[in-house]
Design a binder for this molecule. Structure first.
Ligand code: ADP
Ligand code: MG
Length: 487
């Protein structure tokens, strides 16, 4: 199913660089920690002194295997590192070590959720390959007064480049895929997903065509480091390409940059072809051999994968597909839910899911925090949900307890309910006593009600609820009040 824009179909393929969470670089022992002073984390291998030799980091390979398993891909028993040549000041070797003809991972795919709520649809994106490579250094243009500084701390940082088939048909699908991939690499613990620090960045290849025609010529938007920029850049690019074609100009294959300030893309260079890079197998590195035993041992250490958990949330806990998709979008949220539901019981699964997607998500959003910084525990939320379920407190008081849990205190929901006197008054004698007091103090409203004014009744209900600090059951107050007034 694809949507046409001015009679054109959009085609998008993404290439994503995920920085792998290893201790050290992919071919040297230098640290990859972010934020160090320039060049203190660049060793002889990273700055390409003559005579040094690369040694492959086993952990980086484990990350690639985990990824391959998680997306149902083929893991090559033998893959090859190749030299990709280009000149850049922050690439002292004159080539980047990457993989070309024989990547470590090929095939597989990812399911993603496009849109939200009832109109959300699932979309499968096929993966072409994922390969290991090293990052380059950084050129620093600030603070150098017309000159450029070189920081080689990032040189040799391990990356997994994940390439899709040209399967996406809109910017919304591209974003949905990028989000699903982002969630997955964090879920399996191979990448911290920090987009501001550049740990997860996407290149978007975009073309347009008349439906049924051959693929159009693509332009590649480089280094998009937020989902919003990805969406904006792709939308701008689609409009730009359609406009070019409509005005009779052909699209030139090109690499373009997105400028977040103007919201526009602009050509950086015409695109190289693979042969321009003079790829050839790196003679300093042996072929990478991965045995079935190695794959099996990595597999046994993988957490339950999101798609499997999603299925279980539907079948075991009776949640909707949509709820299950939301809960499994982040490992931290899924873990929170699973812990909470073991305490609150599966009859309260839906209620827990609602709290997580409602109040919890809204608060985090407002405070611009991620789920890993959530200030309440699964035990606290489960405690709250249980007290609503057994009618110790009403839903609206539940929100007050939630507030208190969120604001501070390691208190449990029960402790807050006791301390703040939130326990719902269901004792009808006590409620009737309060009603008598309210009626005595509001003679005017009583007369108005008897004269047929409906509004006066609501005012009285409000007064009684206020007198109980909101802890009475509104239905019960309604019934008792009506009975009193008819006496
Ligand atoms: P590279 O960009 O390194 O030359 P590829 O030619 O393999 O590599 O393509 C990279 C990405 O571009 C892939 O995600 C692929 O799906 C996508 N792609 C290829 N052709 C098109 C096209 N005509 N329109 C949109 N995306 C495309
Ligand atoms: Mg590319």
């Amino acid at each position: 199913m694809s949507m046409l824009i001015n009679g054109y179909e959009v085609v998008i393929g993404l290439e994503t660089h995920a920085q792998l969470q290893t201790q050290s670089k992919i071919f040297s022992g230098a640290s990859i920690a972010f934020g160090a002073a320039p060049n203190v984390q660049a060793c002889a291998v990273d700055i390409a002194l003559p005579g040094v030799l690369p040694v492959l980091n086993r952990e980086a390979v484990v990350c690639a295997i985990k990824f391959g398993l998680a997306v149902g891909a083929t893991i090559a028993p033998r893959s090859i590192f190749a030299r990709k040549h280009y000149f850049y000041p922050d690439l002292p070797k004159g080539y980047q070590i990457s993989q070309f003809e024989a990547p470590v991972v090929s095939g597989g795919g990812l399911d993603c959720q496009v849109g939200a709520g009832d109109t959300a649809i699932r979309k499968h994106v096929r993966l072409t390959r994922a390969h290991l490579e090293e990052d380059a250094g950084k050129s620093l243009h600030e603070d150098f007064h017309g000159r450029t500084g070189i920081d080689l701390n990032r040189a040799g940082t391990p990356l997994l480049e994940i390439v899709t088939e040209p399967d996406m048909r809109s910017s919304a699908e591209a974003v949905a895929y990028a989000r699903a991939l982002h969630a997955l690499v964090r879920w399996i613990g191979i990448c911290d997903g920090n987009m501001q620090e550049g740990s997860f960045r996407c290149d978007a290849n975009v073309s347009v065509r008349r439906p049924g025609a051959e693929l159009g010529t693509r332009r590649e938007i480089k280094n998009l480091n937020s989902f919003r920029f990805l969406q904006q850049a792709v939308d701008y690019e689609i409009e730009w390409q359609i406009n070019e074609l409509e005005e009779g100009r052909a699209i030139q294959q090109a690499t373009v940059l997105f400028d977040p300030d103007t919201g526009e893309t602009r050509a950086m260079r015409s695109k190289e072809d693979a042969h321009d890079y003079r790829y050839f197998p790196d003679p300093d590195l042996l072929p990478l051999a991965i045995s079935p035993e190695w794959i099996a041992s990595v597999k046994s250490g993988l957490p339950e994968l999101p798609q499997s958990l999603r299925h279980r949330l539907v079948t075991e806990y009776g949640l909707s597909d949509y709820d299950a998709a939301i809960l499994t979008a982040q490992r931290e949220m899924a873990d929170f839910f699973l812990r909470a539901v073991t305490i609150a019981g599966s009859t309260n699964a839906k209620s827990l899911a609602n709290w997580l997607q409602g109040e919890v998500a809204a608060r985090l959003n407002r405070e611009e925090r991620e789920f890993d910084k959530v200030p309440i525990s699964p035990e606290q939320l489960a405690g709250l949900v249980l007290r609503i379920a057994d009618q110790t407190i009403s839903n609206s008081i539940g929100r007050k307890v939630f507030d208190a849990l969120w604001q501070h205190s390691g208190d449990s929901a029960d402790e807050i309910i006791e301390k703040q006197g939130f326990r719902q008054i269901t004792d009808s004698v006590a409620v009737e006593r309060l009603i008598d007091e309210v009626l005595a103090a509001n003679v005017k409203s009583v007369e108005e009600f008897r004269a047929g004014k409906e509004k006066a009744f609501n005012a009285l209900v409000g007064q009684v609820m206020k007198a109980t600090k909101g802890t009475a059951n509104p239905q019960q107050v309604n019934a008792l009040l009506l009975a009193k007034l008819k006496e």
